[in-house]
Design a protein around this ligand. Structure first.
Ligand code: NAP
Length: 245
Protein backbone atom coordinates (compact mmCIF):
# COMPACT_ATOMS: atom_id res chain seq x y z
CA UNK A 1 0.00 0.00 0.00
CA UNK A 2 1.33 3.45 -0.85
CA UNK A 3 2.11 5.80 2.01
CA UNK A 4 -0.63 8.30 2.92
CA UNK A 5 0.35 11.89 2.14
CA UNK A 6 -0.96 14.77 4.24
CA UNK A 7 -1.89 18.35 3.39
CA UNK A 8 -3.30 21.11 5.57
CA UNK A 9 -5.49 23.95 4.34
CA UNK A 10 -6.13 26.73 6.84
CA UNK A 11 -9.60 28.20 6.37
CA UNK A 12 -10.32 25.08 4.34
CA UNK A 13 -14.00 24.87 5.21
CA UNK A 14 -15.40 27.59 2.96
CA UNK A 15 -14.64 29.62 -0.17
CA UNK A 16 -11.23 29.38 -1.82
CA UNK A 17 -9.84 27.12 0.92
CA UNK A 18 -12.66 24.63 0.42
CA UNK A 19 -11.95 24.39 -3.33
CA UNK A 20 -8.25 23.88 -2.56
CA UNK A 21 -9.07 21.17 -0.02
CA UNK A 22 -11.38 19.36 -2.48
CA UNK A 23 -8.67 19.41 -5.16
CA UNK A 24 -5.91 18.16 -2.87
CA UNK A 25 -8.18 15.38 -1.58
CA UNK A 26 -8.98 14.32 -5.14
CA UNK A 27 -5.23 14.16 -5.79
CA UNK A 28 -4.90 11.62 -2.98
CA UNK A 29 -3.93 13.75 0.01
CA UNK A 30 -5.52 13.22 3.39
CA UNK A 31 -6.50 16.84 3.99
CA UNK A 32 -6.55 18.56 7.36
CA UNK A 33 -9.30 21.15 7.13
CA UNK A 34 -8.75 23.99 9.55
CA UNK A 35 -11.55 26.41 10.40
CA UNK A 36 -12.38 28.79 13.20
CA UNK A 37 -16.07 28.67 14.03
CA UNK A 38 -18.44 27.56 11.27
CA UNK A 39 -18.89 23.89 12.21
CA UNK A 40 -21.62 23.28 9.65
CA UNK A 41 -19.46 24.45 6.73
CA UNK A 42 -16.55 22.32 7.96
CA UNK A 43 -18.77 19.23 8.22
CA UNK A 44 -20.18 19.84 4.73
CA UNK A 45 -16.67 20.08 3.28
CA UNK A 46 -15.58 16.88 5.01
CA UNK A 47 -18.74 15.10 3.73
CA UNK A 48 -18.11 16.32 0.18
CA UNK A 49 -14.55 15.04 0.25
CA UNK A 50 -15.69 11.67 1.62
CA UNK A 51 -18.48 11.41 -0.97
CA UNK A 52 -15.85 11.93 -3.67
CA UNK A 53 -13.84 9.03 -2.25
CA UNK A 54 -11.26 11.15 -0.40
CA UNK A 55 -10.28 11.44 3.26
CA UNK A 56 -10.09 14.47 5.52
CA UNK A 57 -10.03 15.55 9.16
CA UNK A 58 -11.39 18.81 10.52
CA UNK A 59 -9.25 20.80 12.93
CA UNK A 60 -10.84 23.72 14.73
CA UNK A 61 -8.41 26.42 15.82
CA UNK A 62 -7.82 30.13 15.45
CA UNK A 63 -4.67 30.49 13.32
CA UNK A 64 -4.03 33.87 14.95
CA UNK A 65 -3.62 32.17 18.32
CA UNK A 66 -0.18 30.56 18.64
CA UNK A 67 -0.97 28.35 21.64
CA UNK A 68 -4.26 27.10 20.24
CA UNK A 69 -2.72 26.39 16.83
CA UNK A 70 0.16 24.43 18.28
CA UNK A 71 -1.89 22.49 20.83
CA UNK A 72 -4.52 21.38 18.29
CA UNK A 73 -1.88 20.36 15.74
CA UNK A 74 0.14 18.57 18.44
CA UNK A 75 -2.96 16.70 19.66
CA UNK A 76 -3.69 15.57 16.10
CA UNK A 77 -0.09 14.42 15.68
CA UNK A 78 -0.18 12.50 18.98
CA UNK A 79 -3.43 10.80 17.99
CA UNK A 80 -2.50 10.01 14.39
CA UNK A 81 1.18 9.29 14.89
CA UNK A 82 1.89 11.56 11.90
CA UNK A 83 4.14 14.61 12.17
CA UNK A 84 5.14 15.28 8.57
CA UNK A 85 2.67 17.25 6.47
CA UNK A 86 3.84 17.55 2.87
CA UNK A 87 1.68 20.46 1.73
CA UNK A 88 0.83 23.54 3.80
CA UNK A 89 -1.69 25.98 2.33
CA UNK A 90 -1.95 29.14 4.42
CA UNK A 91 -5.31 30.40 3.23
CA UNK A 92 -7.19 31.60 6.33
CA UNK A 93 -7.82 35.31 6.15
CA UNK A 94 -10.37 37.94 7.03
CA UNK A 95 -11.02 41.49 5.91
CA UNK A 96 -12.22 44.38 8.03
CA UNK A 97 -12.14 47.33 5.66
CA UNK A 98 -12.10 50.88 6.90
CA UNK A 99 -10.43 54.13 5.98
CA UNK A 100 -7.24 54.47 7.99
CA UNK A 101 -8.46 57.53 9.88
CA UNK A 102 -11.41 55.54 11.23
CA UNK A 103 -9.67 52.20 11.64
CA UNK A 104 -9.85 50.68 15.12
CA UNK A 105 -7.03 48.82 16.84
CA UNK A 106 -9.12 45.68 16.62
CA UNK A 107 -9.60 46.04 12.84
CA UNK A 108 -5.88 46.54 12.37
CA UNK A 109 -4.63 43.76 14.64
CA UNK A 110 -7.19 41.04 13.90
CA UNK A 111 -6.62 41.22 10.13
CA UNK A 112 -2.83 41.17 10.51
CA UNK A 113 -2.88 38.48 13.21
CA UNK A 114 -5.02 36.19 11.04
CA UNK A 115 -3.17 36.42 7.71
CA UNK A 116 0.38 37.13 8.84
CA UNK A 117 0.24 35.59 12.33
CA UNK A 118 -1.59 32.57 10.92
CA UNK A 119 1.10 32.02 8.31
CA UNK A 120 3.77 32.18 11.03
CA UNK A 121 2.01 30.04 13.63
CA UNK A 122 1.11 27.19 11.31
CA UNK A 123 4.25 27.17 9.17
CA UNK A 124 6.79 27.41 11.99
CA UNK A 125 5.17 24.50 13.80
CA UNK A 126 5.12 22.24 10.74
CA UNK A 127 8.44 23.25 9.22
CA UNK A 128 10.89 21.11 11.19
CA UNK A 129 9.54 17.72 10.03
CA UNK A 130 9.45 19.09 6.47
CA UNK A 131 13.11 20.10 6.71
CA UNK A 132 13.99 16.68 8.10
CA UNK A 133 12.09 14.96 5.29
CA UNK A 134 13.78 17.22 2.72
CA UNK A 135 10.65 17.80 0.68
CA UNK A 136 7.61 20.02 0.99
CA UNK A 137 5.31 22.59 -0.53
CA UNK A 138 4.11 25.79 1.11
CA UNK A 139 1.54 27.93 -0.67
CA UNK A 140 0.35 31.21 0.83
CA UNK A 141 -2.89 32.78 -0.33
CA UNK A 142 -2.30 36.54 -0.45
CA UNK A 143 -4.14 39.16 -2.50
CA UNK A 144 -3.82 41.65 -5.31
CA UNK A 145 -4.44 44.21 -2.56
CA UNK A 146 -1.09 43.29 -0.96
CA UNK A 147 0.72 44.11 -4.20
CA UNK A 148 -1.05 47.18 -5.55
CA UNK A 149 -2.83 48.44 -2.41
CA UNK A 150 -6.50 49.29 -2.12
CA UNK A 151 -8.27 52.20 -0.50
CA UNK A 152 -9.92 51.09 2.74
CA UNK A 153 -7.56 48.13 3.13
CA UNK A 154 -4.41 49.41 4.85
CA UNK A 155 -4.73 46.55 7.36
CA UNK A 156 -5.47 43.84 4.80
CA UNK A 157 -2.93 45.05 2.23
CA UNK A 158 -0.24 45.33 4.93
CA UNK A 159 -0.97 41.78 6.11
CA UNK A 160 -0.82 40.33 2.60
CA UNK A 161 2.27 42.33 1.59
CA UNK A 162 4.00 41.06 4.72
CA UNK A 163 3.16 37.47 3.82
CA UNK A 164 4.66 38.10 0.37
CA UNK A 165 7.91 39.27 2.01
CA UNK A 166 7.90 36.24 4.29
CA UNK A 167 7.23 33.95 1.31
CA UNK A 168 10.29 35.26 -0.52
CA UNK A 169 12.51 35.02 2.58
CA UNK A 170 11.41 31.56 3.63
CA UNK A 171 11.79 30.34 0.03
CA UNK A 172 15.48 31.22 0.24
CA UNK A 173 15.89 29.60 3.66
CA UNK A 174 14.50 26.21 2.67
CA UNK A 175 15.24 25.89 -1.07
CA UNK A 176 18.20 23.56 -0.49
CA UNK A 177 15.87 21.05 1.17
CA UNK A 178 13.58 20.82 -1.87
CA UNK A 179 10.87 22.83 -0.15
CA UNK A 180 9.18 25.46 -2.29
CA UNK A 181 7.34 28.48 -0.90
CA UNK A 182 5.08 30.48 -3.19
CA UNK A 183 2.22 32.93 -2.95
CA UNK A 184 -0.99 33.03 -4.95
CA UNK A 185 -2.62 36.44 -5.27
CA UNK A 186 -6.29 36.34 -6.22
CA UNK A 187 -8.17 39.39 -7.48
CA UNK A 188 -11.94 39.37 -6.95
CA UNK A 189 -13.19 35.81 -6.38
CA UNK A 190 -16.81 34.81 -5.71
CA UNK A 191 -16.92 33.80 -2.01
CA UNK A 192 -18.60 34.91 1.22
CA UNK A 193 -15.76 37.45 1.59
CA UNK A 194 -16.85 39.31 -1.53
CA UNK A 195 -20.60 38.75 -1.14
CA UNK A 196 -21.02 42.40 -0.08
CA UNK A 197 -19.44 43.66 -3.32
CA UNK A 198 -21.57 44.17 -6.41
CA UNK A 199 -19.68 42.54 -9.33
CA UNK A 200 -21.36 44.98 -11.73
CA UNK A 201 -19.47 47.86 -10.10
CA UNK A 202 -16.11 46.20 -10.74
CA UNK A 203 -16.73 44.51 -14.09
CA UNK A 204 -15.55 47.60 -15.94
CA UNK A 205 -12.09 47.48 -14.35
CA UNK A 206 -11.56 43.71 -14.72
CA UNK A 207 -10.40 42.91 -18.27
CA UNK A 208 -12.23 39.56 -18.16
CA UNK A 209 -15.37 41.39 -16.99
CA UNK A 210 -16.20 38.93 -14.25
CA UNK A 211 -15.23 37.75 -10.77
CA UNK A 212 -13.13 34.59 -10.60
CA UNK A 213 -14.36 31.19 -9.45
CA UNK A 214 -12.78 29.46 -6.43
CA UNK A 215 -11.72 26.56 -8.67
CA UNK A 216 -9.65 28.96 -10.76
CA UNK A 217 -7.52 29.72 -7.71
CA UNK A 218 -7.49 26.12 -6.47
CA UNK A 219 -6.11 24.73 -9.72
CA UNK A 220 -3.06 27.00 -9.45
CA UNK A 221 -2.53 25.97 -5.82
CA UNK A 222 -2.70 22.31 -6.88
CA UNK A 223 -0.04 22.93 -9.51
CA UNK A 224 2.27 24.73 -7.06
CA UNK A 225 1.74 21.90 -4.57
CA UNK A 226 2.68 19.28 -7.14
CA UNK A 227 6.05 17.82 -8.11
CA UNK A 228 5.64 19.55 -11.51
CA UNK A 229 6.33 22.91 -9.85
CA UNK A 230 9.66 21.81 -8.40
CA UNK A 231 11.75 24.72 -9.78
CA UNK A 232 9.31 27.51 -8.89
CA UNK A 233 9.89 29.19 -5.54
CA UNK A 234 9.59 32.62 -3.96
CA UNK A 235 7.03 33.62 -6.59
CA UNK A 236 3.80 35.57 -6.37
CA UNK A 237 1.38 34.36 -9.03
CA UNK A 238 -1.70 36.41 -9.80
CA UNK A 239 -5.16 34.99 -10.51
CA UNK A 240 -7.21 38.07 -11.30
CA UNK A 241 -8.68 38.04 -14.79
CA UNK A 242 -6.13 40.57 -15.96
CA UNK A 243 -7.01 43.20 -13.37
CA UNK A 244 -3.39 43.88 -12.48
CA UNK A 245 -2.22 44.34 -16.05
P1 NAP B 1 -14.11 33.16 3.17
O1 NAP B 1 -15.06 32.64 2.16
O2 NAP B 1 -14.53 34.25 4.09
O3 NAP B 1 -13.56 31.91 4.04
C1 NAP B 1 -12.63 32.15 5.04
C2 NAP B 1 -12.15 30.85 5.63
O4 NAP B 1 -11.12 31.15 6.59
C3 NAP B 1 -13.22 30.10 6.40
O5 NAP B 1 -12.95 28.71 6.30
C4 NAP B 1 -12.99 30.56 7.84
O6 NAP B 1 -13.42 29.63 8.83
C5 NAP B 1 -11.48 30.64 7.85
N1 NAP B 1 -10.95 31.52 8.89
C6 NAP B 1 -11.13 32.86 9.03
N2 NAP B 1 -10.44 33.31 10.11
C7 NAP B 1 -9.82 32.23 10.65
C8 NAP B 1 -8.98 32.04 11.76
N3 NAP B 1 -8.61 33.06 12.56
N4 NAP B 1 -8.52 30.78 12.03
C9 NAP B 1 -8.87 29.74 11.25
N5 NAP B 1 -9.68 29.86 10.17
C10 NAP B 1 -10.13 31.10 9.89
O7 NAP B 1 -12.78 33.71 2.47
P2 NAP B 1 -12.21 33.49 0.98
O8 NAP B 1 -12.78 34.54 0.11
O9 NAP B 1 -12.33 32.06 0.61
O10 NAP B 1 -10.69 33.87 1.22
C11 NAP B 1 -9.68 32.90 1.43
C12 NAP B 1 -8.32 33.59 1.35
O11 NAP B 1 -8.20 34.23 0.07
C13 NAP B 1 -8.14 34.71 2.38
O12 NAP B 1 -6.82 34.72 2.85
C14 NAP B 1 -8.42 35.96 1.59
O13 NAP B 1 -7.77 37.07 2.15
C15 NAP B 1 -7.86 35.59 0.25
N6 NAP B 1 -8.41 36.34 -0.87
C16 NAP B 1 -9.72 36.30 -1.19
C17 NAP B 1 -10.19 37.04 -2.27
C18 NAP B 1 -11.63 37.01 -2.69
O14 NAP B 1 -11.97 37.78 -3.62
N7 NAP B 1 -12.48 36.20 -2.12
C19 NAP B 1 -9.32 37.86 -2.99
C20 NAP B 1 -7.97 37.88 -2.64
C21 NAP B 1 -7.53 37.11 -1.58
P3 NAP B 1 -14.90 29.82 9.55
O15 NAP B 1 -15.92 29.52 8.50
O16 NAP B 1 -14.90 28.82 10.66
O17 NAP B 1 -14.95 31.24 9.99
Amino acid sequence: MSEVKYAIVTGGSRGIGKAIALNLASEGYHVLINYQSNETAANETIDEIKNNGGTATKLKFDVANTEQTESVLQAWMDESGVNYIEVIVNNAGIKKDNLMMWMTNEEWHSVIDTSLGGFFNVTRFLLKPMLTKRYGRIVNVVSLSGVKGMSGQTNYAAAKAAVIGATKSLAQEVAKRKITVNAVAPGFIKTDMTSDIDPEMYKKIIPMERFGEVEEVASLVSFLASKNASYITGEVIHVNGGLYT
